[in-house]
Design a protein around this ligand. Structure first.
Ligand code: PLP
Length: 397
């Protein structure tokens, strides 16, 4: 088979390869500690499951509106308005089979071949993949490691804007760093978006996976709702990763285009699940809060243990379920020419399965610091303790 030329530009999410490798390692009878993937070992709240079963029994098994059922679109618009101070109605919402499809659809809706899109690196690898697959130029921006957090390298963004720049991707509460933008950063980005007439994809996959204080969205800044599309997902907040349900929320004209892409791609998102999603939003929130409590304890345990390792420095993010420690000093003691060797070595010798900076975009020339990413959404506290004790022994030799 000679595949189409565009396939050579399609990237992937290499964390899934790590997952397969770790699975094979465990299948041989080895003890494995899964820190590699942002999947969850927490059960979806019972009221949501019951609502899905009821919808199935009620016959919600046919096609539905390609933008989603009106009741869910209204419920989501109201929910987002309450936390973002926006004025969305159901016309601003297009239901999607997950948050991920919003990335490609946003790019297809707005970017012409040859246009540039600025995106975070390290960052969720699908941005780079979809920009390039659709014939655009992927312009990366990095982060600066501060005393308490990673900050967006605003200068780098400013310097990479050209007349061809069409859009910016912002993932506040970021994967992999866990970083939250300061208000100063958000305002500066808003200024740049206005000055250069940029559309912004606000990937808010972790907006509600927040352990301290209320959320603050880029979209809430005056003038931004007109140029932003929010990537919303049910995956993380309600432990529904495998259900595949999310939404694009933004200006009506862009949302209409995105829904037209739905007609072409999947007709509509899974019908009966949309009734469960209404229950997720409008039903009791106690279980969602328990999910957060579980994740908070895991974060505290894992960050504490990582910081106890000589030569490792780990921020404790206010949200997401990722940790992104700087392991530069500790890694020097381990024989490894590159990240992959380090990762494989750690898996073979300790069973701890991780991702590294290399799984989150092409590295910049001259990068000296070493980072790994640990997801704690799929591993219990006891296993975190056991696994990271072995990891500590491995690194401290
Ligand atoms: N955006 C970010 C930053 C993510 O980390 C993820 C999943 O890990 C997604 C989007 C997509 O999630 P989903 O398709 O499950 O909604």
């Amino acid at each position: 088979m000679k595949e189409a030329e565009r396939i050579s530009r399609l990237g992937t999410e290499t964390a899934f390869n790590v997952s397969a490798e770790a699975g094979a390692f465990a299948a041989l009878g080895n003890k494995m500690y899964p820190f590699h993937l942002g999947d969850m070992n927490i059960k979806t709240p019972a009221n949501i499951i019951e609502a899905a079963v009821k919808a199935l029994n009620d016959g919600k098994t046919g096609y539905c509106n390609n933008a989603g059922i009106p009741q869910l679109r209204e419920a989501l618009a109201e929910d987002i308005n309450a936390s973002h101070g926006t004025q969305y109605s159901m016309d601003n919402v297009s239901i999607q089979p997950g948050g991920k499809p919003v990335i490609g659809k946003f790019i297809m809706a707005l970017m012409n071949p040859g246009d540039e899109v600025i995106y975070p690196n390290p960052g969720y690898p699908i941005y780079e993949s979809q920009i390039e697959f659709n014939g655009g130029k992927a312009a990366p921006y990095g982060f600066v490691e501060g005393a308490l957090n990673f900050a967006i390298d605003i200068d780098m963004i400013e310097n990479s804007i050209t007349r061809q720049t069409k859009a910016l991707i912002l993932n506040d509460m970021q994967n992999p760093t866990g970083a939250e933008c300061s208000m100063v950063e958000l305002e500066k980005l808003a200024e740049l978006a206005l000055k250069h007439d940029l559309y912004v994809l606000c990937d808010e996959a972790y907006f509600d996976v927040r352990y301290d204080g209320p959320g603050r969205s880029f979209v809430s800044i005056p003038g931004m709702a007109d140029r932003c599309v929010i990537l919303y997902t049910f995956s993380k907040k309600f432990a529904m990763t495998g259900w595949r349900l999310g939404a694009a929320v933004g200006p009506k004209n862009i949302i209409e285009v995105i829904s037209k892409l739905n007609v072409n791609h999947e007709s509509c998102s899974n019908h009966f699940i949309q009734y469960a999603a209404i229950e997720a939003i409008k039903g009791p929130q106690m279980e969602a809060r328990k999910i957060l409590d579980t994740l908070r304890l895991r974060r505290d345990t894992a960050a504490g243990l990582l910081n106890s390792i000589k030569g490792v420095k780990c921020f404790k993010p206010k949200g997401t379920f990722y940790l992104y420690p700087n392991i530069t000093e500790a890694a020097q003691k381990i024989w490894a020419r590159n990240y992959e060797e380090f990762r494989k070595n750690a898996l073979q010798r300790t069973g701890v399965s991780i991702c590294s900076r290399a799984h989150f975009g092409r590295q910049f020339e001259g990068e000296r610091e070493w980072y790994i990413r640990l997801a704690y959404s799929g591993i219990d506290v006891a296993e975190i303790k056991e696994g990271l004790a072995k990891f500590k022994a491995f690194l401290e030799g």
